[in-house]
Design a protein around this ligand. Structure first.
Ligand code: MEV
Length: 316
């Protein structure tokens, strides 16, 4: 019994926040930055020991049964039909910065579920993994739409629309031409549940205004889908800009995000927006081979904590 598994980070191309309210959104996996989990036999009689060196945490399940990852582990063992707590060591590492909008929490959870299934010789479908991770996220993050756990468990570009009852609409996204995004991290950590909670408060206060903003975002997301299906990358840039405008009105942008977004546009990006929960975390900029280097340099020059790049391939 031994297993090593991993799960990717993610970014939302367009549609965040509105997706919590039933509008569609597009999400992409970030396969090059990953969370990893391994399961190995542990000391007899100890039960489950967790070791997460780069999260700076180490704990025994018996001592912290209410910890979110302890609970996820118990739920996964139950799903796998394992009724006795095994003596195992679960080691967790991750290259995805936490609270950055790149899906760190859902990726760690997905890696743990996969590692447990593999260690016990069981197969869980992407849908089963996604449901376990969603239940865990929901318990600790308020009202997630389910898009993060879905794109990470399926590890492919997806069109996602939440329905009032599962199953939600999950479709692989047709992409006719590849495109490249530069991702700039503000370095400001922002737990997704905070802006999500604030948007809910504002929506409750002024539902008509927020429903109209969510409809505007949905229109952008539909147009982005058509542009990607046609391989019309030129149209995508202005759509990202329009999505950013709506996110600013929704109230989830920040001066740090806007500094990076402005710098990327000035350096030649075809469009740019925040990605994920906002208030901090990352922004994305659409680039081409001529602008990629200048955009990267511009982001670093205005203080990005980290700059990544992802090229999304055309789907077969
Ligand atoms: C977070 O990646 C995306 C949000 O729309 C929250 C959610 O969908 O659960 C901000």
């Amino acid at each position: 019994m031994q297993s090593h598994t991993s799960a990717p980070g993610k970014i939302i191309l367009c549609g965040e926040h509105a997706v919590v309210y039933g509008r569609p959104a597009i999400a992409l996996p970030l396969s090059k930055i990953r969370a990893r989990a391994s399961v190995a036999p542990g000391a007899a009689g100890i039960g489950i020991r967790f070791d997460a060196p780069n999260l700076g945490r180490r704990w025994l399940l018996a001592a912290a049964p209410g910890d979110p990852l302890s609970e996820l582990t118990l739920a996964t063992l139950k799903q796998l039909g394992i009724t006795r707590i095994p003596d195992i060591q679960i080691t967790i590492t991750s290259d995805i910065p936490i609270a950055s909008g790149m899906g760190s929490g859902a990726a760690i959870a997905t890696a743990i579920v996969r590692a447990l299934a593999t260690a016990f010789g069981r197969n869980l479908s992407a849908a089963e993994i996604s449901a376990l991770v969603y239940a865990s996220e929901q318990r600790y993050h308020g009202t997630p739409s389910g898009i993060d756990n879905t794109v990470i468990a399926y590890e492919q570009a997806i069109w996602f629309q939440r329905r009032s009852e599962p199953p939600h609409l999950i479709e692989p996204l047709p992409i006719a031409a590849p495109f490249t995004l530069v991702i700039g991290d503000t370095g400001v950590r922002s737990a997704t549940r905070l802006p999500v909670g604030e948007v809910r408060r504002r929506w409750q206060e002024d539902p008509a205004r927020y429903e109209a903003l969510f409809d505007l975002v949905a229109d952008v997301v539909h147009q982005a889908r058509h542009a990607l299906a046609r391989g019309d990358v030129a149209t995508l840039g202005p759509l990202l800009d329009r999505n950013q405008e709506a996110l600013e009105q929704i109230g989830v942008s920040s001066p740090e995000l806007e500094r990076l977004i402005t710098a990327a546009r000035r350096a030649g990006a075809a469009g740019a927006k925040l990605s994920g929960g906002g208030w901090g975390g990352v922004m994305i900029a659409l680039v081409d081979p001529e602008t990629v280097v200048s955009v990267r340099e511009a982001l670093l020059a205005v203080g990005a904590a980290r700059v990544l790049e992802t090229t999304v391939s055309a789907s077969a």
